[in-house]
Ligand binder design. Sequence first.
Ligand code: PMP
Length: 427
Amino acid sequence: AYNGPSADEVFEKRKKYLGPSLFHYYQKPLNIVEGKMQYLFDENGKRYLDAFAGIVTVSCGHCHPEILSAIEAQNKLLQHATTIYLHHAIADFAEGLAAKMPGNLKVVYFVNSGTEANELAMLMARLYSGNLGMVALRNAYHGGSAATIGLTALNTWKYPIPQGEIHHVVNPNPYRGVFGSDASLYAQDVQDHIDHGTSGQVAGFISETIQGVGGAVELAPGYLKLVYEMIRKAGGVCIADEVQTGFGRTGSHYWGFQTQDVIPDIVTMAKGIGNGLPLGAVVTTPEIAQVMAQKIQFNTFGGNPVCSAGGLAVLKVLDKENRQQHCADVGSHLIGRLRNLQQKFDIIGDVRGRGLMVGIELVTDRKEKTPAKAETAVLFENLRVLGVLVGKGGLHGNVFRIKPPMCFNKDDADFLVDALDYSMSKL
Ligand code: PMP
């Protein structure tokens, strides 16, 4: 049993010694002390079904035994030496990752986070194209560093500093977007930005394939195909941010961009790639990677042996446990049950997503789509009491984000929906 400090003690210490910009979920913050696969435990031993996976990060499951043993074995042998020496783990992991990529996406750079991956991708796009301007979607999250904060288009994260030359185009959101599901009208906005807001040339375009922080928003079907063509015509490269959507989570495909039938020039990854290890990657073509050779691109921990051994184990476990298919099966069961619940409760405005990347948008009026912000907050607290942890997001904080570890099963899905049903009936 746990005998460390209480939630109150930890919270006090955190307030004293950690920055005031930290935020926490729940009126009384949770003190999580242990995790096993899709379950988390607080200091009193209360079990929670984890439907948020540390923000879509724990892909295989908390403390997955095979990943733990790969990490432990490498830890005992060598923890760190940097890429100035050879190490087989980094090369093996890069090979394993490249094997998962379509087309000519074969060159890997390892970094430590999604923010770093997007920074590097943007640098490559600018060097390769010789242009500066980036096109990104409104409602996107791509990081919080000085450069990626410009790509991010959610007010919560936008500190007032220079943001670089970024063109934020209309978000192709089928539920709330002004053009519904009409990809060509949204794409026209990209062309308008290129024609009127730039010299006619851009460095690149970046987007998630299902917006994560923005509230599990799937892009209008066919959008990326149209936009990738426009961007390439304007001299830019196309970047897919797979930080949340990658590794089979969408069920139908291993990579989110495949749901839109495109092949990007650069793909960025983090979170699920390491099942909790600090790890990110940028994968691109040999031609684009070549622009980095004019200088040295160095990252002390990028591809560190322990992270590489863990990352390779993640790839193997996902294949061995057939997680992509599992996400498809459990995801369609979950989405089906949520759609039934939508028949019962008017507050559910939209149920969307793919596989185990699901969003539930709550509204007080289905026609006006008025965000049910206060109700979402109440339900969120009640779910926690019932032992279910979900994510919250979207422009108005009225979207539940269901993105559990991929070992989440149909019984878990039923428990989650039953808890939601009960909470909604008590509203
Ligand atoms: N891209 C996406 C789509 C993300 O969701 C996030 C994190 N929420 C990032 C990039 C940044 O990743 P990190 O926090 O690891 O820097």
